[in-house]
Design a binder for this molecule. Structure first.
Ligand code: FES
Length: 78
């Protein structure tokens, strides 16, 4: 199954230090950028992200980042 682009820009999220987040890697979740278990009909899995500090991070929305779960600018070339 192909990875679905959720959107062509990142999702800014204020994360909390020590909290664990599960980034949707398949693009099917209705709770972007996070997993809602929609991947269960694929062979993909969410990526775990543990916040090392309380800051705003930019989770990849295009699902093509080489630095997933974070945006690395790849969406600009899609
Ligand atoms: S949104 Fe995917 S690399 Fe920026």
């Amino acid at each position: 199954m192909e990875i679905k682009t959720a959107k062509n820009t990142p999702y800014p999220v204020k994360v909390v230090k020590g909290q664990t987040y599960y980034w949707c890697s398949c693009g099917l979740s209705n709770n972007q950028p996070f997993c809602d278990r929609s991947h269960q009909r694929t062979d993909l899995s969410p990526l775990e992200f543990i916040a090392s500090e309380s800051i705003t991070v930019y989770f990849c929305g295009c699902k093509q980042s080489a630095n997933a779960p974070l945006c690395d600018g790849t969406h600009k070339s899609l």
